[in-house]
Design a protein around this ligand. Sequence first.
Ligand SMILES: C[S@@+](CC[C@H](N)C(=O)[O-])C[C@H]1O[C@@H](n2cnc3c(N)ncnc32)[C@H](O)[C@@H]1O
Length: 299
Amino acid sequence: MNTNQPKKKNGYIPHKAAAEFKPTHDWSKEEAEEMFLERQYSFDVDQVIFGDCIQELRKLPPESVDIVVADPPFGLNFGEMEILYNRNSDLVAKGYQDVEIKDYSSFCKSWIKEIPRVLKEDAGVWIFSGWTNLVDILNALKESNLKLINDIIWKYQFGVFTQRKFVTSHYHILFAVKDEKKYFFNKVEHYPLDVWEINRGYDRGKKKNATKLPLQVVQRCIDFGSEPGDLILDPFMGNGTTATAALSSYRHFLGFEINQTLNEIIAKNILDITLGQDYVPYRKRPDELVKRARQKFKK
Ligand SMILES: C[S@@+](CC[C@H](N)C(=O)[O-])C[C@H]1O[C@@H](n2cnc3c(N)ncnc32)[C@H](O)[C@@H]1O
């Protein structure tokens, strides 16, 4: 008799569900590549348009986008602050466009109002926000009739040193949808928590705007919120992280960015990526719980 086998308690076998976990949707690398290559759009995709996202959003056809990943300016006067955070100011891209705090609430309402029209029925939006202006994003989502599904805490490894308060080391990622009954969610992990611990990169010696997100955090939004071939829209493209996350996962992208000086940085970041380079079928990237359960059941 195998004594390692977990015992059955009132019909419940601990860890069995984890051992048997299968993602809701999954594709081999070949299938994912084919889905990417076959998908057609009636407008140009896989490009960054330099302009104001509110104007550009208005030009998109209705129901044309599968998922929005948005990392808007936080209204923290970051353009000046990022020079303080970076020892070498030559490596900070110029022209970061922030929004004054007094205008932040109306700014959030103006761009979020444009989102529902361009979303497909089953689409979702993932919005990054610090805690200080979170209320403005929440109010704008409500006003635009987008339904909040999760408030994910992204915990990173360092924040700005403080004397008389705690060091902020998290952002919020608000996951909201157009239709609570129809939205796409690929459960790619057995037990996906709403706290994500992902370190920020240092990118030593590389020119960028200092708000660059880690590729991994954007890939995670894409993994749960879309399928290969889908169109990811990023209204605030910054350094092009969403573009690289999309292409590396066999998704298409469309980005808007008001700061033309980022053109070269975005182009270089995209060129550094090979199509589908990070795509691994979800069944082959089990989370810790699933790994441990599979060992127990020798699966
Ligand atoms: C927080 S950063 C995005 C960083 C990006 N997620 C990355 O990983 O590199 C916000 C970006 O939005 C841009 N921006 C600000 N207002 C804009 C607007 N109205 N339309 C388009 N882009 C805008 C800023 O220039 C900045 O590059």
